[in-house]
Design a protein around this ligand. Structure first.
Ligand code: IDP
Ligand code: MG
Length: 158
C-alpha cells in the first residue's frame, strides 16, 4: 500500500461527447483525490512524448493524430494504489471488450477512441505527470476533509 499519483487523460472523444463530468464524477466518487486538472488543445509533440513507448507500433501515427485533434482534459489523481485503482476503473483497452462497470465498458465502443488514459506504473506516472504538469505550482497539495472517512487513516495512511 502506497499513496501514489497517476496521470489521467480524458481523451478527445470524452471531451467531444460531453463525458468529462461523467468520468470525473466516477473518480471523485471512488475517493481519488484530484490534485491537478487542465483542459488544453495540446500539440502533437506532447503526445509523441507521451506515447513514446508505442513509437514502433502501427497505430502510433494515428494515435498521436487523434490525441492532438481536439482538446483533452489532463488530471492528476492521488490515492492509495491509485495507479492500479484507476487502471481497473478504465477497463480493457478495447472498449467493446471492456467489462461492464468500467468507464470504457460502460461508455465506449472503440478500440482506439477509448475515452481515457491512465498511467500503468510508478515510473510512467512520474514521467507522464512531468509531461503534463511540469510547471511549478500546477499540482495542488491539499487534504480533503473526507480523507478520514474514505480511509482507515491509522492502517492505510500511516
Ligand atoms: P491503454 O490505454 O489501455 O494503456 P495501450 O496499449 O497503452 O492501452 O495503448 C495506448 C492507446 O493506443 C490505447 O488506449 C488506444 O487508444 C490506442 N491503441 C492501442 N492499441 C491499439 C490498436 O491495436 N489499434 C488502435 N488503437 C490502439
Ligand atoms: Mg498504456
Amino acid at each position: 500500500m502506497a499513496v501514489q499519483r497517476t496521470l489521467v487523460l480524458l481523451k478527445p472523444d470524452a471531451v467531444q461527447r460531453g463525458l468529462v463530468g461523467t468520468i470525473l464524477t466516477r473518480f471523485e466518487q471512488k475517493g481519488l483525490k484530484l490534485v491537478a486538472m487542465k483542459l488544453r488543445h495540446f500539440p502533437a509533440s506532447t503526445f509523441e512524448k507521451h506515447y513514446e513507448p508505442h513509437k514502433a507500433k502501427p497505430f502510433y501515427p494515428g494515435l498521436v493524430k487523434y490525441m492532438s485533434s481536439s482538446p483533452v482534459v489532463a488530471l492528476a489523481l492521488e490515492g492509495v494504489d491509485a495507479i492500479e485503482v484507476v487502471r481497473g476503473m478504465m477497463g480493457a483497452t478495447n472498449s467493446r471488450k471492456a467489462a461492464p462497470g468500467t468507464i470504457r465498458g460502460d461508455l465506449g465502443m472503440s478500440f482506439s477512441n477509448n475515452l481515457v488514459h491512465g498511467s500503468d506504473s510508478p515510473e510512467s506516472a512520474a514521467s507522464e505527470l512531468a509531461n503534463f504538469f511540469g510547471d511549478a505550482g500546477e499540482v495542488c497539495n491539499w487534504t480533503p476533509v473526507s480523507t478520514p472517512w474514505i480511509y482507515n487513516v491509522a492502517e492505510e495512511l500511516a
